[in-house]
Unconditional design. Structure first.
Length: 255
């Protein structure tokens, strides 16, 4: 089964039909901005943004120091080390209460994990529709996986973007364009747990002024990397260190 892009109509091959939203035009992709309230407000926003960057970088620096070999550290030091690293992961992992919403928006990547989470949320009845931004190849695979996991094809809507979405910010812009045409009160975002903090930050940046509430749902890492153990494996350290750096980048909108 292969899903193809379409402009404002249903498009699919095989027995399933998945709706595609109209393509966003270049003029529609400008950020939604509320009216300016003066230079003081802008300066305050910049100050908060840089403060956030400093906090992220300090946390990353502490984490990198703490994950170095501990030698013959005492049990107390080991507990303090674990507590510090677990606390640092709180910048990356967001756990929101999930309440009835208008849409589930599944982010691309980690195909089986994120598709499985979106399907589980749909089956629980938290939202009647599932949205996904169109990307080269990946979004089609997630759509197929969600259908296999029990989401009806008519409940899935693909959100096109010129050139396809290549990162989380592109996905947020595709969602913003869709919500401008289909106003909603609340959207639940399905992704991997370590990605929830950065994704929520980017979505809030891009959806500012729309009045849409974003709530995050995070699926566990498929290989058991968790906020309370990420420093104990090389894969965990790699994943979380990269995500700390990406979070700092998102604060200044470098991606």
């Amino acid at each position: 089964m292969k899903f193809t892009a379409a402009r404002g109509r249903v498009a699919a091959t095989g027995s399933h039909q998945v709706s595609h939203a109209p393509y966003a035009r270049a003029g529609d992709l400008r950020p939604v901005r509320s009216s300016s309230r003066g230079a003081l407000r802008q300066q305050r926003a910049r100050a908060y943004r840089w403060l956030g960057i400093v906090l992220v970088l300090v946390s990353l620096g502490m984490a990198m120091l703490l994950v170095l070999p501990g030698g013959s550290a005492s049990a107390l030091m080991e507990r303090l080390r674990a507590a510090g690293l677990h606390a640092a992961s709180g910048l990356l992992v967001v756990e929101d209460d999930l309440v009835p919403s208008d849409y589930i928006f599944v982010l691309n990547g980690s195909i089986e994990v994120r598709a499985g989470l979106a399907a589980a949320l749909y089956r629980r009845g938290v939202a009647p529709r599932v949205l996904i931004a169109e990307t080269p190849e990946v979004s089609q695979l997630i759509v197929e996986e969600m259908i296999r996991a029990g989401v009806p094809a008519p409940a899935i809507r693909v959100l096109p973007l010129p050139g396809g979405a290549i990162n989380t910010r592109d996905e947020a812009r595709a969602l913003r364009y869709f919500l401008q045409q289909h106003p909603a009160k609340r959207v639940i975002v399905a992704t991997t747990d370590f990605h929830t903090g950065r994704a929520k930050l980017i979505l809030r940046q891009e959806l500012r002024g729309t009045g849409v509430e974003i709530r995050m749902a995070g699926a566990p890492h498929p290989r058991g990397v968790r906020p309370d153990n990420w420093w104990r494996s090389e894969q965990g350290k790699t994943v979380y260190k990269k995500e700390f750096l990406k979070l700092a980048c998102a604060l200044v909108r470098c991606t």
